[in-house]
Ligand binder design. Sequence first.
Ligand SMILES: [Mg+2]
Length: 346
Amino acid sequence: MHNELRYSGWSVDCISPIGSDWIGTTWISLVGRMIQDKANTWRADLPADHLIRMDRVRLSLCGLGLGDALGELLNTCPHTAQERLKAQELPSGPWIHTDDTEMAISIAGILKTHGRIDQDGLAKRFARRFEREPDRGYGKMTRIQLREAATGGDWKQLSSSAFCGQGSLGNGGAMRVAPLGDYFSGDIERCIDEARLSALVTHTHSEGVAGTIAVAIAAAVASQFQNQAFVDWSESVFDAVLRHTPESSVRRKLVLASEMGRETPLAVAAKLLGNGSQVTAADTVPFCMWVAAHRGNSFIDAIGSAISVDGDCDTNAAIVGGIVALLTGWEGIPKAWIEAWESVNL
Ligand SMILES: [Mg+2]
């Protein structure tokens, strides 16, 4: 009879035969050697302020998750969302989030362990969470990619061959990236590089990448304005986002968004900038950026505004929530909402 020892998913040794004292005589010394040899498969080169960065990542993830869950909850009656949120007329929890938050949790997780985007590790995390709960509202192409990746497919090949080799220009990279922007808020060039790496795992089209970079930059700037929600940050955020977002339809519509004042009616802004109904980065990110820029002094107002124009309600509110939470801080987010959201461990 053989007893197989396993460590980190690998079968590494066998003990045979098993006697009554095998734990003390064999097992403990073998496991000790295995842990010494294989304790880490990567060098965790974490920055000195890693824990402080991760605290901010949790704040952004909370805003993103709440926006996502509320957007999903209210997407059948988006036009009443603002009033219902302000009046706290909401069902009791748990409020269930969708794919946006599932993927953002994977990004936050890889930052927690690696302090950077390790694409292989991120692809594995995406696939593992999808495998565990495939009914979180993933888009059709993402479902195909993650199902293949979960069964050993090469994420690079899957991502670059999506949509007949064009790659995805969807809003999936942008919807999950705000916590990353916050982690790298002190180094904008690094923020851009890491945002790009995070997008490419599923979205290789330049539009999908541009939308991801734009949201990451906005989150990085928001982080610098943390707890200053009373300050008008619209000029600062548009300056930075336009400076760093690559030339694309996303950027051209961001220029338009930057020229539209706060007083523009939401419906008009959504008509000109898009509301995510096409689920592309260009149809989603500019409107979300405009909402975050001009409604950033109130988490409730920002989330309500993002949902109210219909379209991709959960993603719009996830993007806005992930950015605006950094401006308002924990104090600006209703405690009852955090308690009603399904529990997320990070
Ligand atoms: Mg979703």
